[in-house]
Ligand binder design. Structure first.
Ligand SMILES: Cc1cc2nc3c(=O)[nH]c(=O)nc-3n(C[C@H](O)[C@H](O)[C@H](O)COP(=O)(O)OP(=O)(O)OC[C@H]3O[C@@H](n4cnc5c(N)ncnc54)[C@H](O)[C@@H]3O)c2cc1C
Length: 357
């Protein structure tokens, strides 16, 4: 006998799991299809949670560490510190965080099928047939920047990306637990390089660039050796992937098929952070579907209209970042008050208590 789920979700990451948990808590039958055999594997995020994302996710304390200070380095290795007394963001043991999210979803009653890629689907009356043998009323594409759901249903696709690469290293000694960032429009064109101690004795070192450059992780590791004692360091894992920074795709839904998270292009064009939006809108999509199914509220094509993020001025700042502030100008402006204020706005959301040194 075929079981029809209320909702099938492609992708067991931030958007998909949050959407699934919210639906299950409202009493809907939900199944998540995830192509990976193990969600710990092939991590493609640095996993930094802004405070708002931390509040939504509520991960256990052993999976996170607070960051309150950022060191910004120019290409010649001059630096300024930006810190906050009242705004925190969090670095995570990301593989364990993914595993924890899946375990919590199962406790909420979500069916999760690992090693099961979403491959194809077709609409038949009010039912969607997925991978030939599964049936649902709503299909959610939470399957990342190159969404197969978007492709199958002719929905909008992401076209503008940053490429990020990262290594996880052990054996590194740190003087402090700040987030170290490199601002260099040649080495890290269109974005930044970063390095920081995370949870469990691991250090993450990474770099991302736009399509005009190649992110050279070796160069970033050599620079990190000026910040940390790396004589006993060795690589234990690698991460990386595409970050869509062109804004929300059009259309992001058609009939009962809806994209969310990276699949929908919900990443800040400025900071390239997408975890908070994936969590926030994953839950929102679920609530709109549940309201419609359970209380005959308007269809999500109506209730979601105008609610997806627009990113406004962040698109303009993305254009400026893509062009790149010449390194010589970066060297001159690093210590100016306006630059420090901009940096504190980006990293600490202009919260009161920000300290500029
Ligand atoms: C290198 C890098 C570093 C980043 N660092 C940060 C950061 O520190 N903080 C931040 O806020 N954002 C960061 N981002 C962005 C952030 O990771 C994403 O915005 C966020 O992961 C989006 O979540 P998501 O659930 O929409 O998609 P994803 O996390 O991309 O998850 C998609 C899921 O779908 C699965 N999948 C794909 N295709 C299929 C299919 N056909 N069938 C079934 N499953 C499928 C994938 O295996 C994956 O599990 C980073 C991105 C990259 C690439």
């Amino acid at each position: 006998m075929n079981t029809t789920h209320d909702v099938i979700i492609a992708g067991a990451s931030f958007a998909g799991i949050t959407c699934a948990r919210t639906l299950a808590k409202r009493g809907l039958r939900v199944c998540v299809l995830e192509r990976k055999e193990n969600v710990r594997h092939s991590i493609h995020t640095t996993g930094i949670l802004v405070h708002e994302a931390y509040d939504l996710l509520k991960p256990p304390e052993y999976l996170v560490r607070k960051i309150r200070s950022v060191k910004l380095y120019s290409p010649s290795m001059k630096h300024v510190d930006v810190s906050s007394t009242d705004y925190t963001f969090y670095v995570t043991d990301t593989p364990a965080l993914m595993e924890w999210m899946v375990a919590e979803a199962k406790k909420d009653g979500v069916e999760i099928r690992l090693n099961t890629p979403f491959e194809k689907a077709e609409q038949a009356d009010d039912t969607i047939r997925v991978n030939d043998s599964l049936f649902c009323h709503f299909l959610i594409g939470a399957d990342g920047a190159r969404s197969r759901v978007a492709e199958q249903f002719g929905l909008g696709k992401n076209t503008q990306f940053l490429t990020g690469v990262e290594v996880e290293m052990s054996g590194i000694t740190h003087r402090d637990d700040a987030l170290y960032c490199l601002l260099d429009s040649i080495t890290a064109r269109g974005y930044i390089g970063w390095a920081f101690p995370t949870v469990g004795g691991i250090t993450q070192i990474g770099i991302a660039c736009n399509d005009k450059a190649k992110p050279e992780i070796k160069v970033m590791m050599d620079l990190a050796a000026q910040w940390f004692d790396m004589k006993d360091a060795h690589i234990v894992a690698r991460r990386g992937g595409l970050i869509p920074v062109g804004g929300v795709v059009t259309p992001f839904m058609k009939d009962n098929v809806i994209l969310v998270g990276d699949a929908a292009g919900m990443v800040s064009p400025l900071t390239a952070g997408g975890i908070h939006t994936a969590l926030h809108y994953g839950a929102m999509v679920a609530e709109k579907i549940a309201d419609h199914v359970l209380s005959h509220a308007p269809h999500p094509s109506v209730s979601l209209r105008g609610l997806y993020p627009k990113f406004g001025y962040k698109h303009v700042l993305r254009i400026i970042m893509d062009i790149g502030i010449p390194n010589a100008i970066m060297e001159m402006t690093l210590f100016s008050n306006w630059f420090k204020r901009l940096a504190s706005f980006v990293f600490f959301s202009r919260k009161s208590g920000t300290v500029l040194r």
